[in-house]
Design a protein around this ligand. Structure first.
Ligand code: GLA
Length: 374
């Protein structure tokens, strides 16, 4: 068991006075490329990270379901309404299972995690996926992972109240170690794209700008509406179906948002091609183009994210871009392993000069998706 899984199991034992029946855990993610394409029926290329949330679960013998967070040292009843806290995610998952017609007797769960919260590394998808996989196993439901991802997305959309796409939950449940996952968000088909960065002397450096944001109160929903209205104007079902020449028929915000989505989809397809050829320099250029498009057309970047991307460019590293929804959160860079520490230091200095919050850096390798560990 990983440390975080042991922590959840221990917390369960201490809290509820008996051993959990099983422990499952699920990772956060970074997205290599393909931003804001998921809810437009397009392509994304995320990978799981070595930070996870673990859920230790067991039946509630007295019929009183309970949820305990070891990190917040807080216990709440399983039944309850949305309250704007960590408990919304497991409650939302339990509710979705019940609504899907599954027999869901009350259960108890203890959680422990090390995915940074509110940083755009999908801690919410990690707790949803860990809960969903744990319950699916505990209750012997046999729901396939893709359906679990959809169930998690419904919990996020309908219970938590964030109109997110499918990427994060799908990535957390279906990614595999050592590879990114190309997901077609329309058909929900996916294929691994091996990513052996170490062999190429490269690393993925993640810069957490520590500007926390919640998708519930950012422009995420506006962006989604812009995309849907652009698709309506073009007479297509989703922007996935729009082509470059269609953009001539749009103007203003709709044009900018749609231009990002149409070109970003093409970049994902191109990224998979160059990565399969081991052309990391080519991939770095696509990352940079993606960032500029998110900055100028989709308008979801921040001065901190731009400062990191500029620092990476000046250092001569391969490429960088914001990852996830933007509006703060994290950016990723593809760098020579040997240069990563120097780049982190020079970024820290650049941030200090501009009186930005001190950033935090991580180096991640594509990690395993959700697992039942005991
Ligand atoms: C958030 C959402 C995803 C996706 C990204 C942007 O992470 O949860 O569904 O839309 O933003 O690519």
């Amino acid at each position: 068991m990983r440390e975080i899984e042991e922590k959840a199991a221990r917390a369960y034992g201490e809290r509820f006075g008996e051993e959990p029946e099983l422990v499952a855990s699920a990772p956060g993610r970074i997205n290599l490329i393909g931003e804001y394409t998921d809810f437009n029926g397009g392509f994304v290329l995320p990978c799981a990270i070595e930070r996870r949330i673990a859920a230790a679960v067991g039946a509630a013998p007295d019929g009183r379901g309970a949820l305990f967070s070891a990190d917040f040292d807080e216990e709440v009843p399983l039944d309850g309404e949305r309250e704007g806290s960590w408990a919304d995610y497991p409650r939302g998952i339990a509710r979705e299972f019940a609504q899907s017609g599954a027999e869901t007797p009350p259960f108890r769960a203890a959680f422990a995690g090390n995915v940074p919260l509110g940083s755009g590394l999908s801690s919410s998808a990690a707790i949803e996926a860990a809960t969903a996989l744990a319950l699916n196993t505990l209750l012997g439901l046999g729901t396939p992972r893709k359906d679990l991802a959809l169930l998690c997305q419904r919990a996020e959309n309908d219970f938590v109240g964030v109109p997110s796409g499918i990427m994060d939950q799908y990535a957390s449940l279906l990614c595999g170690a050592g590879a990114a996952l190309l997901i077609d968000c329309r058909t929900l088909e996916s294929e691994p794209v091996p990513l052996d960065l170490e062999a190429a002397g490269l690393a993925l450096l993640v810069c957490d700008t520590r500007i926390q944001r919640s998708l519930a109160d950012t422009g995420y929903e506006d962006r989604r509406e812009n995309c849907e209205s652009a698709a309506r104007r073009l007479g297509v079902e989703e922007l996935r179906d729009a082509r470059e020449k269609d953009l001539e028929r749009l103007s203003g915000e709709e044009l900018k948002r749609a231009r990002h989505v149409v070109r970003e989809n093409d970049r994902v397809v191109e990224a998979v091609r160059v990565l399969r050829e081991g052309d990391f320099a080519g991939f770095g250029c696509l990352m940079h183009d993606s960032h500029l498009s998110l900055r100028d057309d989709f308008e979801v970047s921040t001065p901190e994210l731009d400062a990191f991307v500029d620092a990476v460019r000046e250092s001569g590293s391969l490429g960088a871009r914001l990852t996830g929804a933007g509006f703060g959160g994290c950016a990723i860079a593809l760098v020579n392993s040997a240069d990563a520490d120097a780049l982190a230091s020079s970024t820290r200095r650049a941030f200090e000069e501009r009186s930005f919050e001190e950033p935090v850096f991580y180096k991640f390798r594509p990690a395993a998706g959700a697992e039942v560990v005991s």
